[in-house]
Design a protein around this ligand. Sequence first.
Ligand code: GLN
Length: 495
Amino acid sequence: MAGILDLSAREIAKAVHERSVSASEIAEAALARVRERDPHVGAYLSVTEELAREQARRVDERIAAGERPALAGVPTALKDNLCVTGTRTTCASKILENWIAPYDATAVRKLLDAGILPLGKTNLDEFAMGSSCENSALGVTRNPWDLGRVPGGSSGGSVASVASGTATFALGSDTGGSIREPAAFCGVVGFKPTYGRISRYGLIAFASSLDQIGPIANSVADAALVYETLAGFDPYDATTVEREVETVSGNLREDLRGVRVGIVKEFALDALDPAVREVYAQAYRDLERLGAELVEVELPTADYGVATYYLIAPAECSSNLARFDGMRYGLRVEKADVASTYEATRAAGFGDEVKRRILIGTHALSSGYYDAYYVKAQKARTAIADDFKRAFARCDLIASPAASTPAFTFNAKSDPVAMYLMDYYTIPVSLAGLPALSVPCGAVVPEDGTRPMPLGLQLAAPLFSERLLLGAAHAYERATQHALKLPRPQIAKAP
Ligand code: GLN
């Protein structure tokens, strides 16, 4: 029975369709595995046993009635900034620690309709602000490959659930890299679609012009299958795009012939540790071996990405998080008057990084500084997007590292800027709204470690080019099989 949990999403759904196993049997096996493994990893903030069982019963009834839901019986983990009716939805913040969501996010609803088994809600950096999961106010998540290291962030719990084999796939959210960087750190596939492709309704907002939901999976094919289920217009999210969703899962490529892959001049690998550099150099050679034509492209403004992002994202967060004031949602620290209640609630409810961002964002938006900071950052954002447009006139995809190092140890980055720089390669892509993913591309033993830790190759594509992006990533994954070559994670015992 446990063997079924190690199959792909498509294979699990097929087994359920053929009735060789029931969704209810899978739910019990998956929940048992969470109980066995997750105490070591800490991927979940809550395990939704009742919901998983109830949904499994519903799926089994639908199967009995002749339906074939695309993700029938697939064990799934959901980042805890996604609303799921009746579940605690905390954003890993004290301010929402006991808040129960009264509705389903559109992405969650679509997955439930497709037959997933929701196993639980996963840990994250508070309000998705961070790159290591260490900013969670509610729990510690460990990297399954080396429990002394961080899983990355902010979708750290979601990637750790997939990497430790407790979930077949998970949903994360990516604002500046929060799906791709942790996916790289944990040796799984993390995919951020084009901004506006997947509804953000029911995703608790961090920076609304950047936030995007996406799948984290063991393979590009599974990520593609989930993406097809999620993509599309939603009347509840005005930024979703009315545009047909191409089928991607049936169009995965076997090679890269005819694909021009841009290598970014400004992302020279010299800055990286030699062992890491060699892994990326090899990844580029592998793309070429598969038939891709490598072309050098320039992104002269990409270097301003991190500075630009750390004005725009905090500005939007300062506005989005203004709603958490103790009046309607979550924590309330009652004081004599309204102003002091706001103050006491927010002082007690938010962690340091969230407060830092609210301060930076409020300052950047304040009159007198607005033009100097916020407007300038918007101009830089446009310049970065224009750079990508020019680059994509010369190539079809852009390849780069997903992160400059493998996963680091806990408390290794006490300087906030050092943490912000973890998203150096992912942030420019986010500012331009482009689809991008991280796919395993090898491993290195960190200088301060003993175990090989995975690295991820980032591939980015023009707006709405998900089909090309996923197709090419699949060809690379199939030819290199890095995820399979890696030794099993410390926690996931071989079946
Ligand atoms: N690490 C970046 C930040 O801290 C990105 C986070 C994200 O994508 N949600 O803002």
